[in-house]
Design a protein around this ligand. Structure first.
Ligand code: C5P
Length: 223
């Protein structure tokens, strides 16, 4: 594949950990740094794509030239993705999406009280964005997911690939502390829709992103 393998293609990348508000000063989130998603946005742009980066808050600077859409919650992210996906050639969901959101968001700061030692939060499941995308996906479109697992990595990944109608899944073992969340390095197993697996070396997230974008371009070329 040449350097401009995504020339003329439009690619959406999501990144970062979503924030689910509890009250005006608190939220639930996760350990995602956004580094993997930002690296994918950069690699896709270097491959010639027009890139939209839909991002939860991170400490990172987006690559120059990409369109940045800031979001906070899973609902924001769902809306931003579903609005734009019909016009896109590919979607890479690298965002670490919260699985649960508070049932109610308090208007005022939740206060401690003398007569209560604890606080019970009621949460409900967030919408599965990739599952929603799968319903409107056209044959020419490619979707890529990430699977962060702490156990049964490959079995869970295979299931995810099929249940979310993905063309490619990057599975990584987040129980390892030398790679994954917050690290500059990663190691992933790329699994395609035929079950073909490619394990990347343990290397920089930008290298991994380049390998992922190469595979994405190959799949897009067959569509
Ligand atoms: O099912 P699980 O959350 O492990 O799947 C991970 C993949 O699904 C990631 O690509 C993530 O961005 C995406 N996801 C989603 N909507 C959710 C949760 C995860 O699209 N509510």
């Amino acid at each position: 594949l040449g350097q401009q393998s995504l020339q003329g293609k439009s690619v959406i990348v999501t990144a970062g950990g979503t924030r689910e508000r509890l009250d005006p000063v608190r939220f639930l989130t996760n350990d995602s740094s956004g580094k993997m998603g930002y690296a994918v946005a950069e690699a896709a742009q270097q491959a010639g794509a027009t890139v939209t980066l839909i991002t939860a808050p991170t400490r990172l600077t987006p690559p120059a030239g990409v369109t940045v859409v800031p979001i906070q919650s899973t609902s924001d992210l769902a809306q931003a993705v579903l609005d734009r996906f019909p016009q896109a050639d590919a979607l890479v969901m690298a965002a670490a999406v919260a699985d649960f959101q508070p049932l109610d968001v308090a208007d005022q700061k939740i206060k401690k009280s003398a007569d209560n030692d604890g606080l019970i939060l009621k949460l409900r499941k967030t919408p599965d964005i990739l599952a929603e995308v799968a319903k409107i996906k056209q044959p020419h479109q490619v979707t890529v997911g990430f699977a962060a697992e702490t156990q049964n990595l490959l079995a869970n990944a295979q299931h995810k690939l099929h249940s979310k109608s993905l063309d490619l899944l990057a599975a990584n073992d987040v129980s390892r502390t030398d790679i994954g969340f917050n690290s500059d390095d990663n190691q992933v197993t790329l699994i395609d829709a035929n079950g073909e697996q490619t394990q990347t070396p343990k290397t920089s997230k930008i290298q991994i992103a380049t390998l992922l974008v190469d595979q994405l371009a190959k799949i897009l070329a067959t569509k």
